[in-house]
Design a protein around this ligand. Structure first.
Ligand SMILES: [Zn+2]
Length: 488
């Protein structure tokens, strides 16, 4: 049974589906006014893993993730750059999709854009108006929060307490401070669409209610997003959708934030690391591994520091890439062993695989799943190093089971999906650049050592190995020749 933490309930609950075998999920996507940063990666990777695991468990998942392509920030950026807001949005939507692909985030089943669903939003607003939950004022339309008594239930706040902290901004025409805009009357220089209330554009919250209804119906299973969206965005979505259609998402899941140097990462800090910036120095699969190495609800730490040469470094990301390097090296060893070994029959299911599956069933505990994966690889290396650790046939079957199950866990987590050599060669090249190691010179030294070994000049061969080791290069002698890696 799949368990998940429901924000509204404030505890873990069993996932009871509306329709057996099928899961409808809506995740709030990105407002496309700039390049995606590590915080975006966190949210979208978290829900990508949720969808992957539910699919691996045999469920038919329909994942809807929107693109917010009309918004104050997009309009401001368009003005600053002297181009239409729509052009800004298209540019950054394309960039977002490329970045997510590079991060191994599968495209959602439906990726609706706000500007393509204006009619759907108008329909929701009309329904709210008909039910007395919305009112027009000076070209704007507002939601009347007083008419929705359970407002605040998701974030665990009472209307009275929220009311005390809210105020009406200049230029707003709402009756009560908690009311929020469903539709904004047109202003010069801004994109606008015709509506029953005149020319204007939608407020931000209404698009998710409209698009969730369009693609998932009156009610669906899981609504997800970053925890910064709980209030007011998700509270407002609930008020809109339940107000208009009587029902909405059954479960609410929220992913944690990224702590940048101990503080919540935010644009205003000016410390934003884009996914593209990370890709300049690291493998994005390492970023993915870093983000899923903590439980999706916990904060993830991403420290930015400077090294002795004043270069920007990311210590946690370095560690994650080293861990991924260990995973891929182990897989490469396993593949080489299995290619040279005859197996009698299908290997049994391995213990780490069932433990990892159980961890994922328990509120998608990727951190524990990765721990089990790590344990499996430690065992694999032990068995590979010691031919006598187990009887021959059992050893081979165990190693085959680990190789197969590690890849299956990897598929759920969205890691280890490339041939190991592809990752390992690219990482070696990156480390060579960083440590100023000349790969051709290393190869020449290896050839020199092979010559020494052929002449049985083992002291000389050992000397070369030691010299390279001191320079951060480790040699590995395999049946097909000597390979090398940069350590650390
Ligand atoms: Zn939303």
């Amino acid at each position: 049974m799949q368990r998940l933490y429901d924000t509204r309930e404030g505890k873990k609950v069993d996932l009871a589906l509306r329709e057996p075998g099928k899961v409808g999920i809506y995740v709030c996507g990105v407002t496309v006014y700039d390049l995606c940063h590590v915080g975006h990666a966190r949210t979208l990777v978290a829900f990508d893993v949720v969808a992957r695991h539910l699919r691996a468990r045999g469920l038919e998942v329909r994942l809807v993730r929107n693109i917010t392509d009309v918004d104050d920030k997009i309009i401001r950026r368009g003005h600053a750059e002297g181009r239409p807001a729509a052009e800004v949005a298209k540019h950054y939507a394309d960039a977002m999709m490329a970045d997510m692909l590079a991060l191994g985030v599968a495209p959602p089943d439906v990726e609706p854009r706000a500007t393509e669903h204006i009619a759907d939003m108008i329909e929701v607003i009309r329904r709210l108006e008909a039910r007395g939950l919305a009112y027009a004022a000076e070209g704007d339309v507002y939601y009347a929060v007083a008419g929705f008594p359970s407002y605040g239930a998701l974030s665990g706040q009472s209307i009275d307490a929220l009311q005390a902290g809210a105020r009406i901004e200049v230029g707003e025409h709402k009756r009560s401070p908690l009311d929020f805009a469903l539709w904004k009357g047109a202003k010069p220089g801004e994109p606008a669409w015709p509506s029953p209330w005149g020319l204007g554009r939608p407020g931000w919250h209404i698009e998710c209610s409209a698009m969730a209804h369009r693609y998932l119906g009156d009610a669906f299973d899981i609504h997800g997003g970053g925890s910064d969206l709980i209030f007011p965005h998700h509270e407002n979505e609930i008020a809109q959708s339940e107000g208009a259609y009587g029902s909405f998402a059954r479960y609410w899941m929220h992913s944690g934030m990224v702590n940048f140097g101990g503080e919540k990462m935010s644009k205003s800090l000016g410390n934003v690391v884009t996914i593209r910036r990370v890709a300049e120095t690291h493998d994005l699969e390492a970023l993915r591994l870093l983000l899923i190495s903590v439980h999706y609800r916990s904060p993830a730490n991403f420290t930015i520091a400077r090294d002795a040469e004043d270069r920007v470094v990311y210590p946690e990301l370095d560690e994650a890439e080293a861990r991924l390097d260990y995973f891929y090296r182990t897989l490469e060893r396993l593949d080489a062993f299995l290619a040279a070994t005859k197996l009698g029959g299908e290997p049994p299911s391995s213990e780490p695989a069932s433990k990892a599956d159980a961890a994922m069933d328990d509120d998608f505990n990727t951190a524990a799943a990765i721990g089990h994966l790590y344990d499996a690889f430690v065992l694999a290396n032990k068995l590979l190093d010691d031919a006598k650790a187990l009887p021959k046939a059992e050893r081979a079957r165990t190693l085959a089971a680990i190789a197969r199950d590690a890849r299956s866990i990897g598929a759920t987590l969205g890691i280890m999906r490339r041939p190991p050599s592809e990752f390992l060669v690219a990482r070696r090249e990156r480390l060579c650049v960083r440590r100023k190691i000349d790969g051709a010179a290393v190869e020449a030294r290896i050839a020199e050592r092979s010559g020494a070994r052929a002449r049985k000049d083992f002291p000389r061969a050992d000397e070369i190995r030691a010299e390279l080791k001191a320079a951060g290069v480790e040699l590995m002698d395999t049946p097909t020749g000597t390979t090398w890696r940069v350590t650390g």
